[in-house]
Design a protein around this ligand. Structure first.
Ligand SMILES: Cc1cc2nc3c(=O)[nH]c(=O)nc-3n(C[C@H](O)[C@H](O)[C@H](O)COP(=O)(O)OP(=O)(O)OC[C@H]3O[C@@H](n4cnc5c(N)ncnc54)[C@H](O)[C@@H]3O)c2cc1C
Length: 390
């Protein structure tokens, strides 16, 4: 791990209790009930200020045998190490991934690289549900190109086991033999403890916090995967479980608990991942999210190359952006492409933070030289397409 309890004590004079669980929060007497998971010893620990940073819990489909041997959720460093250990020892041949989000895709890649046969089952029409379906379709195709048996619009309906160990995954349409199964079925805020104590929760039961990361209870703070977050574009609360957001919120909460003053303005859901050589990134609102808000919008989409066509290593990139109809104010963007495509999302994210219109994006003074980019960066080309739509 990044830092041990000994380092916490030595460097910051913090008593860090690992292998201890908080089982109850008592807001009226300002104390938490702590259990030592090794000795079973329990006690009440008093507090003046309380920080709740309990993270997220993985969602497990409510299906019989879901806890059978050979079925893994990759949620912690330890669970990743256990999975790797099993693959090293037992050398499974057939791996099945349930769910085509970023963890499902990254695990499919890891298993392919171990020479396994990989199937992926996804309920939605395309993988990566945080993308628009036409962009998700490019990612789906990349899985198929790499010989992943991809089953879309198929829900998991059952698990076959023998002697307590998984042997097959059953979907609406087929039985997929499996030596090992990975669950990538999403997470929810781990807020049960806070909720039971009477700390108010909102979207998907994420703990409600203000811009200083304070909950609705005086002296109780929260941050990270257990809270709901303010969306800077929709201006509504949403749920996002990413380390980028958790880190910033944690810093803001810490500064405020320490007696200074800091504000976390909100987030726009910027995320990046990859599957083999395909880089995938998104920011702001997707088509469906804009439609759900009832906003009118236009789209600029371009399929081009991330370097001039004549330059060695030039590779395909698709950029899609959405903007408000009329004003042209940028609402969101998505990128799928080969190497060195994905991080271009940060240009779009920065424009979103700045409140730019697509016209302003066209004239961004972005860098250019043939080893890096075409003279018109693909992001600017997508903006030009959007301007034409307006
Ligand atoms: C496989 C995987 C890959 C990821 N990759 C990325 C990525 O590439 N980019 C990115 O931005 N994000 C990524 N994330 C998400 C990122 O890890 C989380 O958003 C981040 O760790 C959240 O930080 P947190 O402090 O809120 O929660 P956590 O890091 O989950 O920490 C919560 C801690 O609280 C402890 N806890 C919970 N309940 C109690 C209790 N009652 N008593 C005591 N302790 C308790 C837990 O044991 C845990 O250690 C990934 C997540 C996973 C699972």
């Amino acid at each position: 791990m990044a830092r041990t309890p000994e380092a916490f004590k030595k460097n910051q004079d913090i008593d860090a209790y690992v292998r201890h669980e908080v089982t109850e929060i008592d807001l009226s007497d300002r104390r938490v009930r702590v259990e030592n998971l090794d000795t079973g010893k329990e006690w009440w620990e008093p507090f003046d200020q309380l920080m709740v940073a309990t993270g997220a819990v993985a969602l497990r489909p409510p299906i019989e045998n879901i806890d059978a041997e050979g079925i893994y959720g990759i949620t912690t460093l330890k669970s990743g190490m256990i999975f790797k250990g099993v693959v090293d020892r037992e050398k499974p041949r057939r791996g099945v991934v349930i769910g085509g989000g970023y963890i499902g895709l990254e695990m499919a890649e890891a298993m392919l690289m171990r020479g396994m046969e990989v199937s992926l089952v996804e309920m939605a029409p395309e993988v990566m549900g945080t993308l628009d379906p036409d962009i998700g379709a490019i990612v789906s195709q990349s899985l198929i190109d790499h010989k992943v048996d991809l089953y879309r619009e198929e829900a998991l309906t059952g698990i076959e086991v023998k002697n307590g160990k998984v042997t097959a995954v059953i979907t609406e349409n087929r039985v997929l033999p499996a030596d090992i199964v990975v669950l990538g079925t999403g997470v929810r805020p781990n807020s049960d403890l806070a909720k039971a104590a009477g700390i108010p929760v909102g979207v998907r039961d994420g703990i409600i916090v203000n811009e200083r990361q304070q909950t609705e209870i005086e002296g109780v703070w929260s941050a990270g995967d257990c809270v709901q977050t303010h969306h800077l574009i929709s201006k509504k609360p949403f749920y996002v479980a990413l380390g980028t957001v958790a880190n910033k919120q944690g810093m803001v909460a810490g500064i405020n608990i320490g007696g200074d003053d800091a504000v976390f303005p909100g987030a726009i859901g910027t995320a990046i991942t990859k599957f083999m050589e395909t880089e995938i990134s998104r920011t702001g609102l997707s088509q469906k999210e804009i439609e759900d808000l009832g906003w009118e919008f236009i789209t600029g989409k371009v399929k081009t190359r991330n370097k001039p066509g004549y330059y060695p290593g030039a590779a395909e990139i698709t950029v899609k952006i959405h903007a408000e109809k009329g004003s042209g104010k940028l609402l969101g963007g998505q990128i799928v492409g080969k190497q060195e495509s994905g991080k271009r999302i940060d240009t779009i994210a920065t424009c979103l933070h700045a409140g730019f219109t697509v016209e302003q994006m066209v004239f961004l003074d972005l860098s250019y030289a043939p080893p890096f980019s075409p003279v018109w960066d693909p992001v600017a080309v997508a903006a030009r397409k959007a301007v034409k739509e307006i």
